[in-house]
Structure formats: C-alpha cells, structure tokens
Design a protein around this ligand. Structure first.
Ligand code: SF4
Length: 269
C-alpha cells in the first residue's frame, strides 16, 4: 500500500516538506483541518489590498487609494471562513485592521507603485516539470526600466536574518523557474517586499544557473515525496516551527500518535 501523491507541487509544499515531512503529510496528503492563523489571515488581507491597488491606473495608486483598497479587503474578509474562524472580539478586530493598515502604509516607504509597470498580479502559473505539475501564484510580475521581467512577492512577517535568507528566497526562485517554463522568459530579478517589523526589499538577480538549480531541487523534493508516499514514511523533523504546528499533539517527537490525528481531526465523513 502507498499513500496518494499530491496532485501538484508549489513553493509552500516544497518548503513544508523540507521543514517537516510529517507536518507536510498531515496537511497535504491526509488534508487534516488546521485552525486559521492570525498572521496568515492578516497577510491575506494585506495581499488583497495591494492586489486591488494594482488594479488601479498607475497615477491612481496613491496612499488614499490604498486605504480604500484595504477597507474593501477588510469587508471581503468578513465573509472569509478563516477570518470568521479567528473569532475576533471587536477590540481584536480593530487591532487586526490597524495592523493591516500599518503594513499598507509601510509599503509606500519602500516603493512608489505609480512607477511600477505591473504585467500581472496574483498570477497563477502551472507547468509540467518532467512528470510533476508545478504551480504557483505570483503576487506581482512587472517590467523593469529595460522591459525585463521582475518577480515580486509580498511578505507580512519580519525580514529574515542573513543565515535564513537562502531558504526564504526559494519561493521567488521557484516563480522565476515557472515564468521561464510558461512564458518562455527568465525574469532578471526576484524580490521580497517585507512589510512587517523593519520594512525592506530584498532583491537578487536570477541566472540560468539559479533557475536550473531550482528545477533540480524541486525535482529532488518531488522524488523524496514519491518515496515517502510509496513507503508511507513521513518523519517528524522537530525545529523552530513546532511552536506553531497544529499537529503537535499527534507528533511522535512530542509523545503523540500520528494515527490519532486522522481520528480526532478529520471528523465525521
Ligand atoms: S510538531 Fe514539529 S516535528 Fe512534529 S509534526 Fe509538527 S512540525 Fe513536525
């Protein structure tokens, strides 16, 4: 017997499997429910506000317009099951809105959106990578002053320390590889726009070598997932992320039994 493979591979799945194979299995193969996370829902709200901002003509992408976009995003979120699942009190909801507003204001300290030539926002790209379907949603794809493609990813957490940087850039390099496969052009640059804590833009050039390296890494992760499914062998990898893991009670590294997760969390079928 073997476990079913996930149908696609995305940057978040690559990072999830690399961080902890067992947590990956709970989320992506067993599809066990997880409680909504406040930082993630706040991040979704800010992403939506910036997406709406880039729907406007360049000259209209002003701080005032961004405030209106955030109001719309917050209104939309009221209908979102993850937001509702947070069960915020009125005071907590106010704080949520204030935090999101601060991040949108910070965005304007990093760049002037009226000068950005966006060619796509929230772009979903899918490609076949030798038998594995890879997929990703690019926050923003734009043209630089020389009409070269640039991939931008917004981040609402804190910027990484220098030793974390390599792993944090994995997602945008994945997008660069996807662009090359789907659009036939390699972006010249990938960048992370950090809006939490001390806002900053972390940017790096791409190369033929970086795209090929990403492709090899993604294929290697896929092969490892195939082996893990074949052998039903997804091992826990305790680390810093355990603090936020919804499955700690079912993790052998914490004395739990993974088999109980499906029983307790999946609910009635
Ligand atoms: S608690 Fe840690 S080791 Fe266990 S499944 Fe979660 S992330 Fe993995």
């Amino acid at each position: 017997m073997s476990l079913p493979l996930p149908s696609t591979l995305s940057p978040s799945k690559v990072s999830s499997f690399t961080n902890c194979a067992l947590a990956f299995r709970f989320t992506n193969i067993d599809r066990l429910p997880e409680p909504p996370s406040l930082p993630a829902v706040k991040g979704t709200t800010v992403h939506r506000a910036l997406e709406l901002l880039f729907d406007a003509e360049p000259a209209d992408r002003t701080p005032e317009r961004a405030r209106q976009c955030l109001e719309q995003a917050l209104t939309e979120m009221e209908q979102d099951s993850d937001y509702q699942g947070l069960d915020l009190s009125p005071a907590e909801a106010q704080r949520f809105a204030r935090d999101a507003s601060v991040m949108v204001e910070r965005y304007f300290t990093l760049e002037d959106p009226s000068t950005v030539e966006a060619v796509g926002v929230e772009m979903m790209l899918t490609a076949d990578l030798g038998g594995v379907t890879v997929r990703g949603i690019i926050d923003r794809l734009e043209l630089d002053s020389e009409s070269h493609l640039v991939v931008t990813d917004y981040k609402t957490g804190r910027a990484p320390s220098p030793d974390q940087l390599g792993s944090r850039m994995g997602g945008v390099h994945f997008y660069s590889m996807l662009c090359e496969h789907v659009l036939g052009r390699r972006p010249v640059r990938v960048q992370l726009v950090y809006l939490g804590g001390e806002p900053q833009i972390i940017s790096t050039p791409t190369s033929e070598q970086s795209n090929r390296g990403t492709e090899r890494r993604v294929k290697a992760v896929w092969s490892a997932i195939e082996r893990a499914c074949e052998n039903e062998d997804f091992r826990p990898r305790p680390g810093a992320l355990c603090r936020w893991c919804a499955f700690q009670a079912y993790c052998p590294a914490f004395g739990g039994d993974p088999a109980q997760a499906a029983v307790n969390l999946a609910g009635p079928t």
